[in-house]
Ligand binder design. Structure first.
Ligand code: UDP
Ligand code: MG
Length: 317
């Protein structure tokens, strides 16, 4: 029998844990005659009761496995850890807050049986998300696709069903700070979108404040493209051209008496600040890459696992 693994990252989700487990479990129970399954929760260093509730569930249901991090390592790390420890043939990645409906898993499995390797959720409409979130999300995808070398489908999050082969490949990639939706797009294989309506968060607040969103956007841009560096180059050339033009203008105005000194002061100030700005932006961008190189060379793990539950029979964990 084929096996389905469901990976669910959790950070301070005490309000939704129970409901989330029930829904996913019911969905999988319904197809139990066709598929074996496991549910893997990754507790990403929650500070609330999430882990206790999860442990309770795992006590009564051996198909529920838990990976507990030693602290909060972020959503992408949590999913990465889940993927490293799955034993299924088809792997589903889903958010804890039920914004991505678990009831869709059987339909996704059908598409998988037809030979598709990645079935990625594409949000048709998004319910109950603030204007700010929608605006930033759309800006995020636009910038990403403008700057990045791989095409990352718009309105696609991490909700997807992925074949074992693809997960094995993702697991073998040595890079840290994995930007998963980019990598999934990058690996190729047979991919099809799966349109769905993104529901409202079942309970609790978003665990993605602006700071974490910006971090994710940066990972997406800087780990998938060197275009920002090329833009820096173009800006540099442009500013040199502009300063040469200004120089010519200054020389001409000196000889032709167009201007007096006080007016010239303005242009110097403008070029000075402009160039300083350019240099600082360039340094920042180069710094982003160097920072990432530094991260990779240190080889620090992307997450630390403190505890695992119900993995005893897998020789893994
Ligand atoms: N999450 C996580 N670690 C974090 C932030 C979020 O594991 O540092 C999980 C969270 O519990 C949820 C999923 O990632 O299951 C998506 O988070 P959320 O629903 O808050 O994001 P949004 O839907 O608002 O973008
Ligand atoms: Mg959510």
């Amino acid at each position: 029998m084929k096996k389905v693994s469901v990976v669910i990252p959790m950070y301070n989700e005490q309000e939704v844990v129970k409901k989330c487990y029930e829904k996913i479990n019911n969905t999988l129970k319904n197809i139990e005659d066709k598929y074996d399954y496991e549910i893997i929760f990754i507790n990403d260093g929650s500070k609330d009761e999430t882990l206790e509730i999860l442990k309770d569930i795992a006590k009564n249901d051996k198909k529920v496995k838990i990976i507990a991090f030693s602290r909060n390592f972020g959503h992408q790390s949590a999913v990465t850890a889940g993927l490293k420890n799955v034993t299924g043939d088809a792997i589903v990645i889903i958010d804890a807050d039920l914004q991505d409906p678990p009831e869709l898993i059987p339909q996704m499995l059908e598409l998988w049986e037809k030979g598709n390797d990645i079935i990625y959720g594409k949000r048709k409409t998004r319910k109950g998300e603030s204007k700010f979130k929608l605006l930033t999300a759309s800006m995020f995808y636009k910038t990403l696709n403008l700057l990045s070398d791989v095409e990352i489908p718009k309105d696609t999050g991490d909700f997807r069903l992925v074949d074992r082969n693809v997960v094995d490949i993702i697991n073998q990639l040595p890079e840290h700070n994995k930007f998963l939706r980019g990598l999934f797009s990058w690996v190729g294989f047979e991919q099809i979108p799966f349109e769905y309506v993104r529901e409202k968060r079942y309970a609790g607040k978003t665990k993605y404040p602006l700071k974490k969103m910006l971090r994710l956007a940066q990972d997406g841009i800087f780990s998938f493209s060197i275009k920002p560096l090329k833009i820096v180059g173009a800006m540099g050339i442009l500013s040199v051209v502009i300063s040469i033009l200004i120089l010519i203008y200054a020389i001409l105005s000196y000889f032709c008496n167009w201007n007096n000194l006080t007016a010239g002061w303005t242009s110097i100030m403008v070029t000075m600040t402009f160039l300083c700005g350019m240099i600082l932006i360039s340094l920042w961008m180069i710094g982003e890459y160097i920072g990432r190189i530094y991260d990779e060379t240190r080889g620090r793990p992307q997450y630390i696992i403190k505890d695992t539950i119900n993995f005893e029979n897998d020789n893994k964990g």
